[in-house]
Design a binder for this molecule. Structure first.
Ligand SMILES: [Zn+2]
Length: 90
């Protein structure tokens, strides 16, 4: 049996740019450019309320977390040396 080789990719936090949300009903992907959106403020979500294709509402908790992620990005993308490490099969 061959051992599975794992390699780690290092992704600088500031290189994260697009976040996509998939509609749970029709699988349409909404892509948000988190590097360009303004910071989310309370009561004003950056994330669409509903799927643009089938109009199913997006989960409000997911929308809230996506907004939080945008604000975290605004802070951490300015810092040198903040990275994600992603393990992938070689
Ligand atoms: Zn949909």
């Amino acid at each position: 049996m061959m051992p599975i080789m794992l390699k780690q990719n290092i992704i600088p936090f500031r290189d994260l740019q697009f976040m996509s949300l998939s509609c749970q009903s029709c699988k349409t992907e909404v892509i948000l450019d988190i590097s360009r959106l303004p910071r989310a403020e309370s009561g004003k979500s950056l994330t669409p309320q509903q799927c643009p294709s089938c109009m199913a509402p997006f989960d409000s908790a997911v929308r809230q977390h996506a907004d939080t992620m945008r604000n975290i990005y605004a802070g951490l993308s300015l810092v040198e040396g903040v990275n994600f490490r992603v393990s992938v099969e070689d």
